[in-house]
Design a protein around this ligand. Sequence first.
Ligand SMILES: CC(=O)SCCNC(=O)CCNC(=O)[C@H](O)C(C)(C)COP(=O)(O)OP(=O)(O)OC[C@H]1O[C@@H](n2cnc3c(N)ncnc32)[C@H](O)[C@@H]1OP(=O)(O)O
Length: 418
Amino acid sequence: MTVDVDVRTLTEADYPDWLRTLHTGFLRPPVATDEDVADRLSYTLLDRTLGAFDDGRCVATFRTFPQQLTAVGGRAVAADAISNVTVLPTHRRRGLLGRMMAADLAAAKERGEIVATLIAAEYPIYGRYGFGPGAWAAEWEIDVPRTGLDPRWSGPGDGGRIDLVDGAEVRRIGPALHERLRGRQHGCVDRSERGWRVATGVEGVRAPGSWTEPYYAVYRSADGEAEGLAVYSAEGEWWGDTAQPHCTARVRDLIATSPAAERALWRYLCSVDWITKVRSGPRAPDDLLPYAFPDVRAARIVTLADWLWVRLLDVPAALEGRTYPVAGTLVLEVADRQGLAGGRFRLDAKPAGAQCVPTEEPAELSLGIGELSTLWLGDESVGRLVDLGKAVELRSGAAAVADALFRAPRRAWCPDLF
Ligand SMILES: CC(=O)SCCNC(=O)CCNC(=O)[C@H](O)C(C)(C)COP(=O)(O)OP(=O)(O)OC[C@H]1O[C@@H](n2cnc3c(N)ncnc32)[C@H](O)[C@@H]1OP(=O)(O)O
């Protein structure tokens, strides 16, 4: 069935209807209170918010905002961050997402954004639009008694210290700490001031009583510099059948700018009396975490899934925006069904910098824009893509060259959900 549905940007008057549709699409109660509308409008960019309207009623939602995404090597590139994608169940599978996505990606390219990003609700949705999974997330569960850590531990032995602080202190030191992390961890995205206020309960609390104040632990090095932050809550049985407390610490955020701070914060969480389990929240699959314990098997991955999806909109700018561990040259044939970023490109990479330009030279490796987007964040093997039939080696040895160029020493990590 085809319907005459209008896809366009919003006016403020459209917003309550748009918000009810968003809630319905995400299976939340279809109610937009005045407070909810006012709060969300305070940060929503209406000219980057799309709706589909059937006979004047909003039936689909799509919102984007400008974002900075850290490339391999630490440089930030401009991203079009996509969120709030829904289509009402009455209007699904009629191409509305396709129309909104096409309009948005064209607008993002026009604005000069180099990549688009999103966190996918389901794996099969976004590959068709040229996205590829760029950073995976692992959630770990730590069985604290099994770690083999000395239970008498009461703080870092490296001259640093851990202090419990309040939300105001987190708003004071958190942003700078995160900026330093973002400058060294590819896959990270910038956090807004509002994000820190939401994370500390002073903004964005949508239902009375829905906010639970967490604990905030800050690691400071021997010279007093804040190098790490762990935000966690606790839940569980204080006194169960075993006459023992069994509590779980749920990590809402754990960021650090030094390995010492990171290790000390995991150690701290495993030293809190009554805590017998720790849930890590989304971590890089190669997180330091399990090796912080004498018994590495105490930390088990309970979920491992694609997390941050990336879509290159400008291949030369994206490939020049990251670093490469070795020097090498590669001619890539990039297919893009949306016609936004494909073509043949010659990459001249050196550790000091790269040049990428369109070329007529014979291609050495051919692949889709989604596969190149995945490789861009350094988290996939070209050889594996060739074996899967997702990349084709047109010159023998090209996959090995590409692997040497694209792989990063550590895996990408995006600690944020947006
Ligand atoms: C970034 C984020 O916000 S992630 C959140 C995404 N939203 C949700 O998951 C909420 C619930 N789902 C929905 O609202 C909708 O089903 C959406 C947004 C996922 C898809 O919207 P639709 O308008 O139905 O998609 P549309 O008709 O444009 O489909 C385009 C193609 O994607 C496919 N597709 C769409 N959704 C899915 C899915 N969930 N799983 C597999 N394939 C899908 C369609 O079959 C279609 O394939 P085709 O091009 O081969 O025919």
